[in-house]
Ligand binder design. Structure first.
Ligand SMILES: Cc1ncc(COP(=O)(O)O)c(C=O)c1O
Length: 427
């Protein structure tokens, strides 16, 4: 069966919610997605049947142990990790990164170079700037080409030097939507002996992610961006995780991954994350058979999840293409990102626009009043909005479809903008 959008949409209770009879159109997905009912059910079942701390001698605790183990296995499948032990759960990407950066910092010394990008969300910039300040590290900035919205390979070559010890870069931009060539950046970093920290908060929801193929050392994502609950997940290469000194309490586990999972985790969040991965597996098994052959080297859930991601990616590329084509026809609108129809494979469907003489927050509010949910501002990609020179003018309006959105919803936002923009004094 090909992608069956009606069945998919029926799985997400929030998609049929209305306000005063007006349906909601969720294009705020890069800031957080809606969840399938199976995620809600898994979380409430966990709270009813497995609600205890781990490693106890009684049944609810043993069930909590199973949830924790299952969540590590699910994410190992999602990211093609070699082992569930390489998966670390935490509150969110930001908290996990601030935390692990202290341990990574123990491997670095004053004068070492780290590479940060002008495209990244501050979650993959701020923690490293603080570390650089604390340790006296040298920060080298990786700029992107403001015409192509991509990193130029020769600039990557220049920025990574023999002194580079860590390269922090995003898999996909939450502002301009570019999918970066992480694999080649990791190869360049590896050639000089540098570690790589990949922010895939916006990659994992859209792109089949294989940490072994990418050749990175760390990759981080957040389940609430891929139809799960609010939770962060860090993958780290075992050899490096085992080398790091964990910042942990003394009675806490000494072994990975427990030594990096501080305090009591959200077991209900983990239960929801398992269900989110199982949701992709269901899509992959029942609707993405055309893609199974690409993952014949994987089995079971791992194969289905990765096939689903490719299938959903192709549909999202169609949505992005229609959205961008429509936006380009509106007066005064500039798409801040890759926009040629044949380049949709190089971007996720997150589309940001600026509009001549119009304030992004005002446009977002007008759309919100019509129950069309979009984000505006710098969306925490403050290096990128500064680099593009649009921070002062209020950043962007960001329209972020995912696979549960329809072409009709894309038309709705375009029609709404066609109505709003002439009144917004657009030149
Ligand atoms: C690319 C990117 N990195 C990091 C983050 C921060 O994620 P979290 O909210 O899990 O800390 C976000 C959130 O929007 C993001 O889009």
């Amino acid at each position: 069966m090909p992608l069956d959008l009606d069945t998919i949409r029926a799985s997400f209770p929030a998609l049929s919610t209305t306000d005063n009879g007006v349906p909601r159109i969720y294009f705020d997905n890069p800031a957080g997605t809606q969840v399938p009912k199976s995620v809600v059910d898994s979380m409430s079942q966990c709270l009813i049947e497995s609600n205890a701390n781990v490693h106890g001698t009684f049944v609810t605790s043993q069930r909590a142990d199973q949830v924790v183990a299952g969540a590590h296995e699910a994410m190992a499948d999602m990211l093609n990790a070699e082992s569930p032990d390489e998966i670390i759960f935490g509150q969110n990407m930001t908290s996990l990164t601030l935390h692990i950066s202290r341990s990574i910092g123990r491997l670095l010394s004053a004068g070492d170079e780290i590479v940060l990008s002008r495209m990244d969300h501050d979650g993959n910039v701020g923690p490293w700037l603080l570390l650089a300040r604390d340790l006296g590290l040298e920060v080298r900035w990786l700029p992107f080409n403001t015409e192509t919205f991509e990193f130029d390979a020769d600039v990557v070559d220049e920025v990574i030097t023999e002194k580079t010890r860590l390269v922090c870069v995003g898999a996909a931009s939450n502002l301009i939507g570019t999918i970066n060539d992480v694999k080649s950046i990791c190869a360049k970093a590896k050639a000089v002996g540098a570690m790589t920290y990949i922010d895939s908060v916006q990659g994992v929801p859209h792109v089949s992610t294989d940490v072994q193929d990418l050749g990175c050392d760390f990759l981080i994502c957040s389940a609430y961006k891929f139809f799960g609950p609010h939770q962060g997940i860090l993958w780290g290469r075992r050899e490096i995780l085992e080398k790091l000194e964990p910042y942990k309490l003394r009675p806490a586990p000494e072994e990975i991954p427990g030594c990096f999972e501080t305090g009591t985790q959200s077991h209900e969040g983990m239960a929801g994350t398992i269900a989110a991965v199982d949701y992709f597996s269901w899509v992959g098994e029942t609707m993405a058979s055309d893609y199974h052959h690409k993952y014949s080297h994987f089995d079971g859930r791992r194969k289905y999840v990765h096939a689903a991601m490719d299938c959903l990616f192709d549909y999202e590329a169609e949505l992005a293409e229609n959205l961008i084509r429509g936006l380009q026809q509106l007066p005064g609108v500039q798409v801040q990102g890759i926009s040629t129809p044949d380049a949709m494979k190089r971007r996720v469907p997150t589309v940001s626009i600026t509009v001549n003489n119009a304030v992004p927050d005002v446009i977002a509010a007008e759309l919100g009043a019509r129950n069309i949910f979009v984000w505006s501002g710098n969306v925490y990609a403050v290096e990128a909005t500064n680099f593009l020179g649009i921070e002062e003018s209020g950043g962007v309006v960001r329209i972020g479809p995912v696979h549960y959105n329809t072409h009709a919803e894309v038309d709705s936002v375009l029609n709404a903008l066609a109505d709003i923009l002439p009144r917004a004094n657009v030149a």
